[in-house]
Design a protein around this ligand. Sequence first.
Ligand SMILES: [Zn+2]
Length: 240
Amino acid sequence: MATPLSPDKLLAALKAEGLNVREYKSWRTHRRPASAGAFGSINGVMTHHTVTGPGTDVVALCYNGHASLPGPLCQGVIKKDGSVWLTSAGRSNHAGLGDADVLRAVIAEDYGDYPPTDNQANTDGNRHFYGFECENLGDGKDPWPKAQYVAMVKANAAILRAYGWTAKSAIAHKEWQPGKVDPAGIDMKKFRADIAACLKLPPGKWGVAPAPPAPKPALTVEQRLAALEKRVTTLESKVQ
Ligand SMILES: [Zn+2]
């Protein structure tokens, strides 16, 4: 039985990965009411796209929800710039009803490149999964900037690391609920491979650009003359 992370633990796990974490409004206490259902046992992390573009305050939208779906709509929003905005530490409206066979495979962390086909909607996903809503139009053309993709991998890894789980506990909404396509354009086999690579390293080390090589020290006049002399000598020997 994995219980939900406390707000402090969730925040610390994300920050440890080196993420740019932002705390939105009353995220620590903002959650679906108990009458909507339980939160936990926690079994994994689910990734989504928001179907929003520039001009939408995507964090406010995911915090408040909308007429047909009350917020919060996820625990965290990952914007195009890679910033991670916490909107809830409790139950959120992101996963809907999904497939019990998928949940079983995730709990066992036992499946191949992809979990079993999600052809049933019989299990409350909001109870069992953390959700990250990632800013993207979801049309399959809107690109995933590097900064955002790296943040998505790290945010998943942060929670998996906190529980001691592998990348197989990270799934997409499109792998959970029949008819869903999000996150569009993300191949979950590669996404899980990147999460696995992140988990192999200490927190905060994956996806960091290596430091550029130190510039060569400038040559002294003597060294330049010596090098020139060597080249001339070589040329002369070839001419002869
Ligand atoms: Zn979704």
